[in-house]
Ligand binder design. Structure first.
Ligand code: AMP
Length: 502
């Protein structure tokens, strides 16, 4: 087996690796480090969790150990899709460069330009940046990229998803043609292939096994969920999440809850908080200081539930996460593997529970196909989806009250959830407010719900009442001929039969 000492790395870097406790290089490190140290371009097809960050950081540090940076002219550049990832890469640099005298700057949004300018002015060996922020600095004339000797593009497929490819191409064009490029992507989409063909020169291609298999020590489960009614689905889904969390009890020391949309990240975090759960959101639209604070809180164990989007949580390295809840089935099957890989790290046990709605079924099939196994079904703690009338705990209508079955009262519309034990009913009101807000944004869904309702449940019930029960036909001398077309408001005389007077 390859050892780090076989890899020709700088002695001070080796010392830091030893202190980090790494015993041997991972496959991507064993494959990428030697060609990178020879100055060759590298195309690494590897995902997060494979040790890929060290596979470019270690050779870069060894190459940069000699030489000095000039003002405003960084000697190397690492591009990352998100601020969190950039910050994580910066942490890696700190760990591995602790015995070297190298300088670095982190250029990410949400941090003042002034401080970043100061660092760049002094001259940095390593510049770690998100593409947008880097170009902002460049356009302000504060940055010169003509001395970049090594350029790293990390998580290129995520850059593609986020629409950063034009920025990346532009940055490639601003760096010298002679630079060395280390390029990493989890997948090789045609657009990524095109970029590598254009900007990499005879790269050494290293592909580590696609992480299609999920770790054995992660227990997986899925709950099939269908709301009792379209307009209650969202709040019932959040209730289901709370029940699933509660069912895990103390085993759930902390968890990441993934949502597909940023808007849901906010709503779910807010809802959990209202019900007394220690939760906070993290996604790209939050300001940087808040994101950092949240992440640190979660890492440090002060925050129990991190509600996250894929982008924000991508590549996050928190060693002990007991649970992952997929509030939504991810739309890219590979994200499932990434998401649940946040738990069960470093040989620990982990549990991953997902909620699947009928509309997610296709994505769910993709997930099962990718992981090549059937994900065990968990019984829905909310019980089977019941007809709308039964799940609502709005006051039951009594038959002797005037029936206004066609016009729904606002009260019955309000999503009502039984609060979890010991949780304040106040939360319900807030929940309803949240739903009201989101419903506004989801007009088509609302209209669809109304349409569904007209077609199904209530309509049928009303029809039944008019047919049987009070039984107009019965009352009218055994005449079973129903009058169709006038609803409940048929004047009685219309049902009478007329006999000709003689
Ligand atoms: P990455 O794929 O870069 O996100 O790395 C995932 C995790 O693996 C990080 O926590 C690293 O500290 C850790 N790691 C990287 N290289 C090694 C190694 N050779 N041995 C053990 N752990 C490693």
């Amino acid at each position: 087996m390859t050892k780090f000492t076989d890899l020709n790395l700088n002695a001070k870097v080796l010392k830091a690796i030893d202190e980090a406790g790494y015993e041997s290089p991972t496959p991507i490190q064993a494959g990428a480090i030697p060609p990178a140290l020879e100055g060759r371009d590298v195309l690494g097809i590897a995902q997060t969790g494979t040790g890929k960050t060290a596979s470019f950081t270690l050779p870069m540090l060894s190459l940069l150990a000699r030489g000095r940076a000039r003002a405003r002219m960084p000697r190397s550049l690492v591009l990352c899709p998100t601020r969190e990832l950039a910050a994580q890469v910066a942490e890696n640099f700190d760990t591995y460069s602790k015995h070297l005298k190298l300088t670095k700057a982190l250029l990410i949004g949400g941090v003042s330009f002034k401080e970043q300018d100061k660092l760049i002015d002094k001259g940095v060996d390593v510049l770690i940046a998100t593409p947008g922020r880097l170009l902002d600095h460049f356009e302000r004339g504060k940055l010169i990229l003509s001395d970049v000797k090594v350029m790293v593009v990390d998580e290129a497929d995520r850059m593609l998803d986020m629409g950063f490819i034009p920025d990346i191409e532009r940055i490639f064009g601003l760096t010298p043609f002679t630079r060395q490029t280390l390029f990493f992507s989890a997948t090789m989409a045609p657009e990524i292939e095109r970029i590598t063909n254009t900007f990499l020169s005879n790269p050494e291609r290293i592909e580590v096994a696609r992480q299609a298999t999920t770790s054995e020590n992660i227990e997986q489960g899925v709950v099939m969920f269908k709301g009792s009614r379209k307009d209650r689905e969202a709040s019932e889904k959040r209730k289901l999440l709370r029940l699933l969390i509660d069912a895990e009890g103390e085993k759930c020391t902390n968890a990441i809850i993934f949502c597909n949309r940023k808007m849901d990240v906010d709503i779910v975090a807010k809802s959990l908080k209202k019900y007394g759960y220690d939760a906070a959101p993290i996604h790209g639209d939050l300001d940087q200081s808040q994101r950092t604070r949240t992440l640190e809180g979660f890492r440090g164990g002060e925050l129990r539930f991190l509600v996250a989007s894929d982008v924000a949580a991508r590549g996050l390295d928190v060693p002990s996460v007991s649970h992952v809840f997929n509030f939504d089935v991810p739309s890219h099957a590979e994200d499932y593997v990434h998401r649940i890989g946040r738990t069960g790290r470093a040989g620990r046990d982990g549990k991953a529970i997902m909620i699947c709605q009928p509309r997610d079924e296709k994505n769910f099939e993709d997930v099962e196909r990718l992981v090549q196994k059937e994900i065990p079904r968990i019984e829905n703690p909310l019980g089977k989806a019941k007809p709308a009338e039964e799940t609502s705990d709005a006051p039951a209508k009594s038959d002797d009250k005037p029936k206004r079955t066609r016009s729904r009262s606002r009260k019955a519309d309000k999503p009502v959830e039984a609060p979890a034990e010991g949780k304040q009913p106040q939360a319900e009101k807030a929940e309803a407010k949240v739903d009201a807000k989101t419903d506004d944004k989801a007009q088509p869904e609302k209209a669809e719900a109304a349409q569904d309702e007209r077609k199904s449940g209530r309509g049928n019930k009303d029809e039944k009442k008019s047919r049987g029960g009070r039984g107009r036909g019965d009352k009218r001398g055994g005449n079973d001929n129903r009058v169709v077309g006038l609803g409940d408001h048929t004047p009685d005389f219309i049902g009478l039969s007329f006999r000709e007077r003689i």
